[in-house]
Design a protein around this ligand. Structure first.
Ligand SMILES: [Zn+2]
Length: 570
């Protein structure tokens, strides 16, 4: 094999472009009726044929027997375009040539008539990467292009192009290839290469390629050099390690189960493969969106394109989601996407986001060991606030506690009713009924009614409310609500006696006589993880992978400049 499969099997005619018939048909009609645009925008996921289609369009217009929707592929112009040796087709990768200078050069070049064919083509790949100034320079050319110029802007992210550019382009949306179409394509390529491959192996490659023909061919090529003789499903899995869909489903499973050990474990595997965590979060947001759509009993084009196995798994997972929780999950993930921009600790941001996402969901009963880890309060951490005695109003009827007090409430948490009411709209007129006596309220109830608490605090003090919105209730331990803050500054100020007193006076009528314990969410969560490590394990699943919580805690400590309390961890 002297060149890559991707290049060898690059489509050379509109008919050969897989699954983009809507694009091919419209372009063919435009050529036949001589209604060409001077600027096209090709949008869609990577590896779906955008630049290949642009080159086919160039051949169709410059073929010596054309313009024709079916270029001959044999004349000098067709051959030169296929070889990339023509001066009439200029390909610019905006990822590396994104500045004003490149666009100025392009504008000068545009003035010269085509050297060989009828038209001059400018194919700008990854067009969303062009800088603002360069876009402005390009705009002038797009407004009054010479009659012999055709622009094709290709992009995976059309939303990032300025509206002024978008409005001057005829837009085509390229579809992600369905697994079946891609599998059929790979089977055809394998056959013409004389490669023996299992159907199951082809399907796994197609699924791993996630709708991108280029990726599918690259994996197939990898498999061809890996396997001697027939390529089997086992070969593919052993080379890939795991597929994209498997990762997303494993993460959503772990989040839905509240399985923090599994979350850390899967993120670990992802990091090991060098995968981009920005992309992972983006994919996860899309994945949770798909789950939400499924949980609502709806459908979408993306879901229809899923492999049946993946769809079955996701449908099963979607049963554990409802609208409110699905929206909260997506919200947590999008916040983390924002955090990645300023926080260099990408792995930690992703792990915390997923642990936080798991907190959004009630843990299913009976809880898995890891689910308990997420719910269990951590070792006591030093707090700047002076310890205060329990309020005198504590009822005598508090049930006796079998374990250490800080662990008990989570274990005793009463199950939530299946139809938990939506939090009431904040209103000054509302008389709040305490939901429970201290020691009886559970964290799910506190979370459910937390918007009420926030609204009540806001009515009393906007500054304290501003501190409090950075937090979320993490646990209830005895008569104490543990509040996790994202930022140290907010935590410290909320923990000041007068602010804490204000918050407590507001939550008392809501949740009974309770105090608050202000914590950093990151430290608390890490402590909760460490707390569970080496603890009793009823499931006895010793085969589970060890996520190395020590490394996790060290990262937390590095990030926040804290100290590790338990010497055994160092
Ligand atoms: Zn030709």
């Amino acid at each position: 094999m002297d060149r890559s499969l991707y290049l060898a099997y690059r489509p050379q005619t509109f008919a050969e472009v897989v699954e983009q018939e809507h694009v091919s048909r419209t372009l063919s009609n435009a050529i036949e009726t001589d209604r060409l645009a001077h600027a096209y925008l090709f949008c869609g996921p990577r590896g779906t044929g955008k630049t290949s289609t642009a080159r086919i369009l160039a051949k169709a217009l410059n073929c010596e027997k054309g313009p024709t929707p079916n270029p001959c592929g044999e004349c000098d112009n067709c051959v030169r375009i296929r070889n990339g040796s023509t001066m009439d087709v200029v390909e610019l990768d905006a990822a590396s040539n994104r500045g004003i200078d490149e666009i100025r050069k392009l504008r000068e070049n545009v003035q010269y008539a085509p050297a060989e064919g009828r038209y001059k083509f400018y194919i700008v790949d990854e067009a969303h990467q062009i800088t603002k100034d360069a876009f402005n320079a390009l705009l002038k050319t797009l407004e009054e292009p010479p009659p012999y110029v055709v622009f094709v802007l290709a992009t995976t992210e059309p939303d990032r192009l300025p509206a002024t550019i978008l409005s001057r382009c005829q837009r085509f949306d390229f579809k992600r290839l369905s697994s079946e179409k891609l599998a059929a394509h790979l089977t055809k390529v394998a056959a013409s290469e004389g490669v023996d491959i299992d159907d199951a192996a082809v399907r796994t490659i197609a699924r791993a390629a996630d709708g991108a023909a280029r990726d599918g061919l690259t994996i197939l090529e990898q498999m061809m050099s890996f396997s001697e003789g027939r390529i089997t499903q086992e070969d593919v899995v052993s080379v890939l390690g795991f597929t994209e869909m498997d990762v997303l489903c494993a993460l959503s499973r772990a989040v839905i189960d509240g399985d923090s050990v599994a979350i850390v474990d899967v993120v670990d595997r992802v990091v090991e493969t060098g995968r981009d965590l920005h992309q992972l979060l983006k994919d996860l947001a899309g994945h949770f969106r798909d789950l939400l759509v499924l949980s609502l009993g709806a459908d979408s084009a993306e879901l229809k394109a899923l492999a049946p196995e993946a769809r079955a798994i996701m449908t099963e997972q979607a049963k554990s989601l409802d609208r409110a929780r699905g929206v909260r999950l997506i919200d947590v993930i999008s916040q983390a996407q924002g955090d990645l921009r300023w926080n260099p600790q990408h792995r930690l941001v992703v792990e915390l986001a997923l642990l936080k996402a798991a907190e959004c969901l009630p843990t299913a009963a009976p809880a898995a060991p890891a689910a308990r880890a997420a719910a269990a309060p951590p070792r006591p951490a030093p707090s700047p606030a002076p310890a205060r005695p329990a309020p005198a109003t504590r009822p005598e009827s508090t049930p006796p506690r079998a374990e250490a007090p800080r662990r008990t409430p989570a274990a005793q948490a009463t199950p939530r009713p299946a139809t938990a009411p939506e939090p009431a709209a904040p209103s000054t007129e509302v008389e709040h009924e305490p939901v429970a006596s201290p020691g009886e309220v559970d964290v799910a109830t506190v979370k459910d009614r937390w918007p009420e608490a926030l609204a009540a605090v806001k009515r009393q003090s906007v500054p304290v409310h501003a501190l409090l919105v950075d937090s979320m209730p993490l646990a209830v331990a005895g008569d104490v609500i543990v509040l996790g803050f994202s930022h140290q500054f907010h935590r410290d100020h909320c923990a000041e006696p007068q602010n804490r007193a204000l918050v407590e006076s507001v939550i008392r009528p809501l949740f009974g006589a309770l105090r608050i314990d202000c914590q950093r969410a990151a430290e608390w969560t890490a402590n909760a993880l460490a707390h569970d490590d080496g603890g009793s394990d009823e499931e006895g699943d010793s085969a589970a992978a060890d996520p190395d919580p020590d490394a996790f805690i060290r990262q937390v400590v590095d990030m926040f400049g804290g100290t590790i309390l338990d010497q055994s961890l160092t």
